[in-house]
Design a protein around this ligand. Sequence first.
Ligand code: ATP
Length: 234
Amino acid sequence: MLELSGVCAGYGGFHALNDVSMAVDAGESVAVIGANGAGKTTLLRVISGMLPASAGRLTMNGQDLRALPSHKVLATGIAHVPENRHLFPRLTVEQNLRLGAFLPEARKHFAERLEYVYGLFPRLKERRSQFAGTMSGGEQQLCAIGRALMSKPKIILLDEPSTGLAPVVVQQVFDLVRKIRDDGYTVLIVEQNVTQVLQVVDRAYLLSVGRVETSGRAADLLASEEVQKAYMGL
Ligand code: ATP
C-alpha cells in the first residue's frame, strides 16, 4: 500500500533521512522506533507531504506522492495525527471531529463515521459539547485520533501518541491502536515507548540517525538482545 524507496529529506543542509526504504501493507500495523532525533517525525512529515523529500520514491497504492501537492495527499487516504495533536482548543469535540470529515466523500458519510468514532471512544461522546482545549491530555489524544478516523483513511499515521500521558492512559492509547488495526485500518505509528508499542503492532522498523538500521516482526524485535539493550534499558 505505502512504499518508500531510497527516500532522503532534511532541513536546509541537514539530512534527517538518508536512503530510507520501507513498506506498509494494507491491514498491517507497523511501528517506527528509534532514539530522539532519529528522524521518526520527519519520516511521517515526508509521507503526509508536510515536508518534501529531496530524493527517492514514495507511493501510495502506486500513486506517486512526490508528484502531489500536500493538500492532495489526504485524498489518497493518508491521515496524519501529529505529535502535538493540533486540535482547535476553542471548538467543541464534535466540531473538531467534523473537521476531520471535510472531504466530500467523508462528508457524505458523516453520521456513520461519527457513530463509529463515538463507539470507539464513548468518552468523546459524553464530552462532545466540551471545548477540546479543556479536555485532559489523554482525551485530546483520543479526539485527535478520532478526527483522523473521520475521513475513513486507508492508513493512519500516529506520531508518538503516548507522549505526555499518564501510564494508565498510555496503555489505553496502545489498546486503541490494536483495536483500530483489528477493525481493518492500516496503521503506521512512531513511538519512543518501545516495549509497549512492539506488543501491539505486527512489524517495526528501527531508525537510527536517519537510516533504517533493522526491521522485522515485532515479536522478534522484542526478543532481540540488540533492541532490548539499546531501547528497553535491559
Ligand atoms: P523525537 O523522538 O525526539 O521526536 P525524531 O526521531 O522524531 O525525534 P525528528 O524530529 O524527525 O526526530 O528529527 C530528526 C532530526 O532533524 C533531528 O536532528 C532534529 O533536530 C532535526 N530537525 C527536526 N525538525 C527540524 C526543523 N524544523 N529544522 C531543523 N532541523 C530539524
